[in-house]
Design a protein around this ligand. Structure first.
Ligand SMILES: Cc1cc2nc3c(=O)[nH]c(=O)nc-3n(C[C@H](O)[C@H](O)[C@H](O)COP(=O)(O)OP(=O)(O)OC[C@H]3O[C@@H](n4cnc5c(N)ncnc54)[C@H](O)[C@@H]3O)c2cc1C
Length: 233
């Protein structure tokens, strides 16, 4: 399917949301991802395709993705940031099962590391628009305060988010440190039927999966979404 680029929004230093109009109505479930293809001159060895979780709500007219782009980024990311309004790219999808469970009363624990916040923006906005209430505890780990994005989504939904900052400024009054399994379980006290969603860089998700299991979380309680090629949050 073709997507027409609409506009970009700088969410924080080096973090951008890119908005697209699909050529025909596009149905997806909050938490799913797509694959984008951007034809561009002199692609580097990583090529012209990437997967991105949709950060927009399924109700939005425009689709959005949210990603980190720096001066050292791949040719794909630079081509993404250079898109002009009206320019067309292609996508496939939606794909993925990082979506809400059917049972409304299942206790949910959402854990995001850095850019791994993207699926939760979609899920939380969709929940608020449909007035669906779910028991959610939410932990969001970032490297520093200036990497926090989508705060307005959490505020609008009155969704409490515990933000854990790895390298906080002296004035940071919240949780400090690196996301780890003990911290997550201590802050959220999961029940036997809780589902723990974890989204973020591959290495973070793999480590948390291993450590949460060691601390007694059953494999069936974990719903994982990992982003390759991010070395840290
Ligand atoms: C299911 C799924 C969902 C995803 N959702 C998202 C999402 O919502 N948002 C998101 O940002 N990503 C998401 N990703 C990851 C995304 O597909 C990219 O892999 C990721 O954004 C990194 O992009 P990049 O390879 O262009 O690297 P960049 O972002 O450009 O760079 C990442 C790191 O690699 C280094 N690097 C850059 N170019 C090279 C090179 N040629 N060789 C070696 N190192 C290099 C950079 O210095 C940087 O440290 C998702 C992946 C999956 C599988």
């Amino acid at each position: 399917m073709k997507l027409r680029f609409s506009h970009s929004l700088k969410e924080a230093d080096n973090i951008y949301s890119l908005f697209f109009v699909p050529e025909k109505p596009f149905v997806f479930t909050a938490g799913q991802y797509i694959e984008l293809t951007i034809k561009h001159d002199h692609p580097d060895s990583r090529g012209e395709k990437r997967w991105f979780t949709l950060s927009s709500s399924p109700n939005d007219k425009e689709l959005s993705i949210t990603t980190k782009i720096t001066t050292g980024s791949s040719s794909f990311k630079k081509a993404l940031l250079n898109l002009q309004a009206g320019e067309e790219i292609s996508m496939t999808g939606p794909m993925g099962d990082f979506v809400l469970p059917k049972l409304l009363q299942t206790p949910l624990i959402f854990v995001a590391g850095g850019i791994g916040i993207t699926p939760y923006n979609s899920i939380l906005r969709w929940l608020s628009e449909t007035n669906e209430e779910r028991p959610i505890k939410f932990i969001y780990g970032v490297g520093s305060e200036d990497e926090i994005i989508f705060q307005e989504t959490f505020d609008r939904l009155k969704q409490h988010v515990t933000i854990v900052v790895e390298h906080p400024s002296a004035s940071w009054g919240g949780e400090r440190g690196r996301l780890n399994a003990e911290l997550i379980l201590g802050l959220t006290q999961p029940e036997q039927n809780s589902l723990i969603y974890v989204s973020g860089p591959e290495i973070m998700v793999e480590t948390l999966e291993k450590d949460l299991k060691k601390l007694g979380i059953k494999p069936g309680q974990l719903v994982l979404d990992f982003f390759p090629n991010y070395l840290s949050i």
